[in-house]
Design a protein around this ligand. Structure first.
Ligand code: BGC
Length: 739
């Protein structure tokens, strides 16, 4: 034993001596050099095996750096609503750490509903700080797939139906994340608009629709946000999986948009070595697993971009040019993140992050209806409140797929209301219905005991009795994060609320006319009881601060200012994809026959009155819009016009309003939507105060994508500028022309 140790020591010493001590910093560590020089230097020191290692995973969420050169591993993590807790190295099982609980931020649907770019920056920075603190350098977020149908299970992770709005919100989110030395990996590129057949479905979409509806938010993420990474989606386009897709990745992303960052596969989204080599993929993750339902372990050497790629190179069948390009891009990302010496240290679960989560939730909650001003709750006259519904007591941060979290805490709506109202009124709670009682996702357990053996009739009876005796009833229901609701991997089966909530709400409305319905969801739901319910609030999934934020809006501490980012149709067939029988399509094909007519574009084209329109959201105060003025009645192709409108708070309390600009092409050679969002501004006004809101637009706001010419075209002629408080509430308009 003794001898052996000696021998080893001797060997080590010999080896060290033969290496020759280096006193100079290698170029790749000298941060006064350009990143390009450092990348080339590091690349030149790597051997073939090290390069191959770098382009695929070594564990569920990490890929190797170069240990020999001190280049750190890359650590990814979900995203997008908080930093996901760690699983074991090679298993979908919780690592059981005690230091990985995060602040849960509101879902991206809520962020977008703030219509506030400052909130997106606040969000991105806070989640970026949490990622940094947890030593993750690639955040698998944000998601910007367009809301094409209210049945898509994953809409809650995205930013709604409008490409312009998503483009404006995604940019500050990315900047906020990346200023922490963490790469944002915007996802899922592209056309991942349903969950059911996501691994097998080939999306057929015409070029105009692709460019006008489904690509703009990704383009903004890349070109304006400077996203360091992008995730390929599971589905196919033109017959190729999107993680290695010639058209999307090489032609559009890299050639047209000049993307220099890293393309990362979705987990298990790689299917072919040859395509992966040549069609734009840089990093392969999750192969051999399909998320959580099955999971082979230790397959990393068999990844499409591992041994199979290495063998092709060694046998001379492919060269190393593509490999070097991939490694260059990954190294560049490392120099901007893990190897950036100026990278801040990050923070986790701080008070600032709680305040950020709360502020975003406050601004995103949407007051949909408030007949007779029954909200905010009048605590002088309301002495007994019945809170009813499972979502008043259920944790929502656990479940729903990869965005599931291990939150430090989550204030439920009932807790929030009790805390806020204290002894100003008595609060009684009745369950009303039993939905999902599991409280467990992938080993993260809420610890809530939600089981209830009573029959639906007994639950309704108890709830109705409580409602009858109360001055005010607050029903908190909606969807949850279990399968076929707001959850990854499955789509919803119906627009209606699950667990017979429609019946319960109808009974409650009969028992007490002072009924407030809070809908917790990331999707539109049908409201067959709408005429019986005076007040409706869209509550989203609000994260750790849920209950506090809802209580703030319901009691009037916070004046609601959120606006819908997607249309609430009355019925499913009022949605284009559904009307044309193209959602979700077959297992292998779906055709976006509705084309550019998504969301409000469809409703307006077909003169369908929605339940609640895109952009809709009420306040506890009122706003009066003056007449829009335009600085010039005509503009040239390279010119601009500025549209201005005075908005005044005519109510008695301070409030925020989202002033929306829509453009309508009055005569065009191609069919165009009735109008399209091209500007918005959120302003805060004290009672009686007024502000001038101005929008400057250039010809991009007037253009459509001409597929034949493959370019954006603004046709000379007249355009209407429509300014208002919602897509169906235009208050003032003017006309100008493009020369
Ligand atoms: C999801 C991605 C996620 C990844 C890693 C996939 O199933 O589609 O959005 O980032 O898993 O958890």
């Amino acid at each position: 034993m003794f001898k052996k140790t000696l021998l080893i020591t001797a060997l080590v010493i010999t080896a060290t001596v033969s290496v020759k001590a280096q006193s100079k910093t290698p170029v790749y560590l000298d941060d006064s050099k350009s990143i390009q020089a450092r990348v080339e230097d590091a690349l030149s020191r790597m051997n073939l095996q090290e390069k191959i290692n770098m382009i695929h995973a070594q564990s569920k969420f990490s890929s190797p750096g170069v240990p020999r050169l001190g280049i750190p591993d890359n650590w990814t993590d979900d995203g997008p609503h908080g930093i996901r807790p760690d699983v074991l190295w090679d298993q979908w099982v919780q690592a059981g750490q005690t230091n990985d609980s995060c602040m849960a931020f509101p879902a991206l649907t809520c962020l977008a509903a703030t219509w506030n770019k400052d909130m997106a920056l606040l969000y991105g920075n806070a989640i970026g700080e949490e990622a940094r603190y947890r030593n993750k350098n690639v955040l698998l977020a944000p998601g910007v797939n367009i809301y094409r149908s209210p049945l898509n299970g994953r809409n809650f992770e995205y930013m709604g139906e409008d490409p312009f709005l998503s483009s404006k919100i995604v940019v500050p989110y990315i900047k906020g994340v990346q200023q922490n030395g963490v790469a944002a990996c915007v996802k899922h590129f592209a056309l991942n608009n349903s969950e059911g057949n996501r691994h097998t479905v080939n999306v057929n979409v015409d070029d105009r629709t692709l460019y006008e509806i489904y690509l703009p938010a990704f383009k903004a993420a890349v070109q304006e946000g400077g996203a360091m990474a992008i995730m390929g989606s599971y589905n196919l386009y033109k017959g190729e999986h999107c993680c290695h897709n010639q058209y999307l990745l090489n032609d559009i992303l890299r050639k047209e948009w000049g993307f220099e960052g890293v393309v990362i596969s979705d987990w298990g989204g790689t299917h072919d070595t040859n395509q992966a080599i040549f069609n734009g993929l840089d990093m392969e993750f999750g192969t051999g697993t399909n998320g959580l339902s099955y999971s082979k372990t230790n397959v990393y050497d068999n990844y499409y971009m591992a041994m199979p790629y290495l063998k092709l190179i060694q046998s001379g069948k492919v060269g190393t040019k593509e490999l070097d390009e991939k490694v260059r891009r990954i190294l560049r990302l490392s120099f901007l993140t893990t190897m950036n010496k100026n990278r801040p240290l990050g923070s986790l679960g701080s008070e600032e992050h709680a305040l950020a989560a709360r502020k975003i939730a406050d601004e995103g909650i949407v007051l949909l209806k408030n007949k007779g001003n029954i909200l905010p709750i009048n605590l002088k006259t309301t002495k007994r409140i019945a809170v009813i519904g499972e979502n008043a007591i259920k944790w929502m941060t656990v479940g729903g797929g990869s965005s599931s979290l291990k939150a430090r805490y989550e204030i439920t709506p009932l807790e929030g209301l009790k805390k806020r109202i204290g002894n100003q009124a008595e609060i009684v709670y009745a369950r009303g219905y039993v939905g999902d009682t599991t409280g467990n996702y992938n080993g993260v357990i809420t610890g809530q005991h939600l089981g209830d053996e009573r029959s639906p009739a007994e639950l309704i009876k108890e709830a109705v009795e409580a409602a009858r005796k109360a001055d005010l009833v607050i029903f908190v229901g909606g969807l949850n994060k279990s399968d076929h609701q707001d959850a990854e991997g499955t789509d919803r089966l119906s627009l209606n609320l699950p667990y017979d909530q429609d019946k319960l709400i109808t009974e409650l409305a009969k028992a007490n006319k002072n009924l407030v319905v809070v809908n917790v969801s990331g999707n539109a739901v049908a409201m067959p009881w709408i005429n019986q319910v005076p007040a409706i609030v869209q509550g989203w999934f609000l994260g750790s601060e849920s209950g506090n934020a809802l209580a703030g809006v319901l009691t009037g501490d916070v004046n609601p200012s959120g606006k819908l980012t997607f249309t609430f149709p009355v019925k499913l067939s009022d949605n284009g994809a559904q009307a044309l029988g193209e959602f979700p399509g077959s297992k292998t094909e779906v055709t976006y026959k509705e084309g550019i007519y998504v969301g409000y574009r469809w409703a307006e084209e077909h003169k369908i009155k929605p339940l609640f329109a895109f952009g809709h959201g009420l306040s506890y105060t009122t706003f009066q819009y003056g007449n829009v003025t335009v600085d010039s009645k005509s503009m040239t192709a390279s010119g601009k016009v500025t549209l201005s409108v005075n908005v005044k708070n005519t109510g008695s309390r301070e409030g925020e309003e989202v002033v929306q600009l829509y453009i309508s092409d009055l005569k065009s050679s191609v069919p165009r939507p009735v109008k399209e969002l091209k500007g918005f501004e959120k302003i805060s006004l004290k009672p009686g105060e007024q502000k001038l809101v101005s929008f400057t637009v250039d010809s991009t706001a007037l253009s459509f994508f001409d597929a034949a010419k493959h370019q954006w075209v603004a046709e000379p002629g007249d355009f209407a500028a429509l300014i208002g408080a919602a897509s169906d509430d235009i208050r003032t308009k003017t006309v100008f022309s493009l020369k």
